[in-house]
Design a protein around this ligand. Structure first.
Ligand code: NAD
Ligand code: DAU
Length: 342
């Protein structure tokens, strides 16, 4: 494999950091340059081991800062830019949409403009299945394909959809060498504690109530984070341009079933489950049809949910200091505003 320099934006967050470790491990000759402005969701301790690797560089930069990004790219001359950087939490987008538009849309545009100016040969946008809106619970035969119209429900998903449209417009208008992946819900190590699976594991371990929105029957299509990293690796090493790939492993589960499974694994009582007010505009069901990425690039998910959830729970049990530090800081204020004092 020819040596490459890859810029990974948002690499101090959940999926970006897993991608950094995946790439450093799989391509020992590659240079990985992480750009992250370390919002509440970015954590430098997550990259502790990567920072010891001479092929890894971290730069605390905002993707909306054109000059800073341009200086870095001029110096590093990346072969590929993979954009994970985003505001990613639906609940926060309902409380404060503004930063979602800035980071997710303007930030993507800034990165693409720098890439165009410096002729960076490849750009990949990490997007989400949420851009398709949702599917009804009573139509299990329906799935999101790449041809499903974009139809976002939350400020978060609308901002991701806006970025996708810009990427596709840059491809068509400027022949900008870009691809997009739209993945379903990920889970695994370094998942920020505000998201469903880590929140439920941590609350169960602390014997705190497990807040389930609405009736708990909303369905998500869960994929182990490493399988998502493998899909992006395949896409950026292919010669496909202007393409969108859906990524998901046909693993649909209702929230309440995930919560009960976690309680069972941790031997905690179901009486900890508390049904709380529903999320505004709550998407009912996500379900990905991954036929295109399988047929064109040979991608298939490798980790079964039963194994992935075991590994994930073990990771949270073995890495308490990582999440205890997060939940003792600024996160405390978010939690009490979102769920009350409990
Ligand atoms: P995350 O919130 O855990 O991490 C986001 C990272 O981006 C953080 O490190 C944060 O500091 C950084 N960041 C935010 N704003 C920035 C800015 N302006 N400049 C530089 N860095 C900035 O998110 P995640 O769950 O790892 O998601 C990563 C990407 O994958 C996002 O684009 C998200 O939309 C997409 N995605 C996530 C999932 C999922 O299940 N988590 C599924 C599909 C797609
Ligand atoms: O589908 C991909 C998307 O998955 C990504 O684009 C987003 O960045 C990522 O955050 C995730 O979005 P969701 O909204 O699906 O994930 P979240 O973990 O916030 O919620 C999953 C489900 O669990 C959802 O139906 C809401 C519900 N939920 C969530 C929380 C935090 C609860 O019932 N209680 C909770 O406390």
């Amino acid at each position: 494999m020819t040596k490459k320099t890859i810029v990974v934006t948002g690499g101090a967050g959940f999926i970006g950091s897993n991608f950094v470790y995946y790439m450093l491990n799989k391509y020992p000759d590659y240079r990985i340059v992480c750009v992250d402005c370390l919002t509440y969701a970015g954590n430098l301790s997550t990259l502790k081991t990567a920072l010891e690797n001479p092929n890894f560089r971290f730069e605390k930069l905002n993707i909306c800062d054109y000059d800073a990004i341009k200086n870095l790219f001029e110096e590093e001359k990346p072969d590929i830019v993979v954009n994970f950087a985003a505001e990613s939490h639906v609940d926060r987008s309902i409380k404060n949409p503004d930063i979602f538009v800035k980071t997710n849309i303007s930030g993507t545009q800034t990165l693409m403009d720098v890439c165009r100016e410096l002729n960076v040969p490849r750009f990949h946008q990490v997007s989400t299945d949420e851009v398709y809106g949702d599917l009804p619970l009573d139509r299990p035969d329906l799935f999101f394909t790449e041809k499903t119209p974009v139809h976002a429900s939350s400020p978060y998903s609308a901002s991701k959809a806006g970025a996708d449209l810009l990427v596709l417009a840059y491809y068509r208008t400027f022949n900008f060498p870009a691809t997009i992946s739209r993945c379903s819900n990920n889970y695994g190590p370094y998942h920020f504690p505000e998201k469903l699976i880590p929140l439920m594991i941590i609350n169960a371990l602390n014997d705190k109530p497990l807040p389930v929105y609405g009736d708990g029957k909303n369905v998500r299509d869960w994929l182990y984070v490493e399988d998502h990293c493998k899909a992006i690796d395949l896409i950026i090493h292919s010669n496909k341009l202007g393409e969108v790939y859906n990524v998901g492993g046909h693993n649909e589960m209702a929230n309440i079933d995930i919560v009960k499974l976690i309680l069972g694994k941790l031997k905690k009582p179901e009486s900890l489950i508390t049904f709380v007010e529903d999320r505004k505009g709550h998407d009912r069901r996500y379900a990905i049809d991954p036929t295109k990425i399988h047929d064109e690039l040979g991608w298939l998910p490798e980790t079964k949910f039963a194994d992935g959830i075991e590994k994930t729970i073990d990771w949270y049990l073995n890495n308490k200091s990582w999440w205890e530090e997060i939940i003792s800081g600024e996160y405390k204020n978010y939690y009490s505003k979102m769920y009350g004092e409990n």
